[in-house]
Design a protein around this ligand. Structure first.
Ligand code: ATP
Ligand code: MG
Length: 458
């Protein structure tokens, strides 16, 4: 059978209902037939009695005068045909059709006999009754038989039975319709759960709401929630591990940096050794950079808006600080670093994380733009939004790389140093602040990239 809950439930409802309708329909039909037969037989008998009452002796002969009323009782819109036969036991026909299929009743008691027969190829219901006639010691039995076609009886049967059947079928259809509508309504919470699960961000690990949920659905939702909770623990453990590992790495690396610096200060060293130490120091620095970025990424991923919500920060001031920090770096790269900052741009957020965001994006713009290029950091605010825009006139990002630059460890340019984590961190930070980050590519009037991050203003 199909797997649709709707169809299965309908089957459970329809099969017993069909059996019920069949059984009660059959009983109703039997009852209706019984009633119709009874009515028809009563009329037949009344008519036969009337005719029998008219049989009389006249000059030693039996005669009958058929009273019109005896046949009028059968008048019906269906136009039934009536046949009769009045005959004496010596074979003489007093009235009616000679070929009427009479049936002899026992002469002993003149109880009427009802039977089915056919005349002129038409089926009829008939009654036969005997009347004993006495005259001067002579006894004759007169058999009065009368029969009629079944049209009016069938019509009566239909009239009694059909409405009942129609009503029952209507009930079944109503039940099916109500069940379908009811199921559609009642299945809505299930679809809502589905939508809620589907629409989730991969890292949205809050439990699903169980209130206003059907009792039957609760165990499922609770099971999903338990699964989400376990997933949450797992994710938290993983983040903790990255943060711990980065933390642990940082100390020996910092120590190593100091030792290397100290060793290189001893000038009497052999030049090759000094070169080796310098190389070690470079790789050590890049390891320090990587660990710091991993730590920042873990921190950004773990940041929770509801916790951030208690802090107010001025993004314009943060951008100002970052620009000052990067001024030397820009100078070294011969980049014209400009700022277009609103007087203030208050929003909810984490000072350290937002500073890292502006830093990463601005550093990229400086690093990937050719010497002599321009980088502008702008912070604007309107009624509802605070917008950070970092624009450069560098070479831009190749089309095939644009959709991937936010992935961790993805780098579009292999010739420069970097971890590929900068934009992944930026994206996490923006998401933690419930903002939106976008990358726009410029071709005209000059090439370059525009990064935009938008947040809700205070
Ligand atoms: N303003 C830009 N102009 C051109 N290319 C860019 C720009 N910003 C980023 N990219 C490209 O996107 C890639 C990913 O940037 P991302 O900041 O994530 O990593 P990275 O700069 O390579 O390393 P990291 O920032 O961790 O030191 C870069 O390798 C670079 O090729
Ligand atoms: Mg970068």
């Amino acid at each position: 059978m199909t797997n649709s809950l709707r169809i299965r439930l309908l089957w459970w409802l329809l099969v017993p209902l069909a059996i019920y309708v069949f059984v009660t329909g059959k009983a109703a039909y039997d009852n209706a037939r019984h009633t119709a037969d009874l009515v028809q037989e009563n009329t037949l008998l009344a008519s036969a009695r009337m005719i029998a009452g008219e049989v009389e002796w006249s000059d030693g002969r039996l005669l009958v005068d058929i009273p019109p009323a005896a046949l009028e009782v059968f008048a019906s819109p269906q136009g039934d045909q009536v046949f009769y036969n009045v005959s004496v036991d010596d074979g003489r026909l007093l009235a009616g059709a000679p070929d009427f299929p009479t049936r002899k009743t026992s002469a002993a008691h003149d109880s009427p006999v009802f039977y089915d027969a056919a005349i002129h190829g038409k089926p009829i219901r008939a009654v036969g009754m005997v009347r004993q006639m006495y005259d001067n010691g002579a006894i004759r039995s007169v058999l009065v038989s009368i029969g009629k076609t079944q049209a009016s009886r069938d019509a009566m049967l239909r009239e009694i039975w059909r409405p009942q059947l129609v009503r029952q079928i209507e009930m079944v259809l109503l039940a099916v319709a109500l069940t379908c509508i009811g199921l559609t309504f009642e299945l809505r919470p299930l679809l809502k759960v589905k939508e809620e699960v589907m629409d989730r961000d991969p890292m949205q690990l809050e439990p699903l709401r169980v209130e206003r949920m059907h009792t039957e659905l609760r165990p499922i939702v609770e099971a999903i929630n338990q699964c989400i909770a376990r997933l949450g623990l797992q994710v938290a453990a993983q983040r903790r591990f990255i943060a711990d590992a980065a933390h642990q790495l940082r100390t020996p690396l910092t120590l190593l940096e100091t030792q290397l610096q100290f060793a290189r200060q001893h000038r009497e060293m052999e030049p090759t050794l000094s070169e080796a130490l310098a190389a070690m120091q470079r790789s050590n620095r890049s390891m320090v950079g990587l660990t710091n970025k991993l730590l920042l990424l873990a921190q950004a991923e773990a940041a929770d808006y509801t916790q951030l919500a208690r802090q107010k920060v001025d993004l314009a001031a943060i951008a100002q600080d970052v620009i000052e920090d990067l001024a030397m770096f820009a100078q070294k790269h011969d980049i014209n670093l400009g700022a277009e900052l609103a007087e203030s741009a208050w929003m909810i957020g984490h000072q350290g994380l937002l500073s890292a965001l502006v830093h990463n994006v601005t550093e990229n713009a400086i690093r990937y733009t050719q010497a002599g290029g321009h980088v502008t950091v702008a912070v604007a605010r309107d009624e509802t939004r605070v917008t950070l825009t970092v624009t450069d006139d560098g070479p831009g990002i190749p089309a095939e790389a644009r959709s991937r630059v936010f992935e961790p460890f993805y780098r579009a340019s292999a010739d420069t140093e970097g971890t590929g984590l900068g934009l992944a961190i930026a994206k996490e930070i923006v998401q933690a602040h419930r903002g939106e980050i976008a990358l726009t590519h410029r071709e005209q009037p000059m090439r370059g990239v525009i990064f935009t991050a938008t947040f809700g203003a205070l």
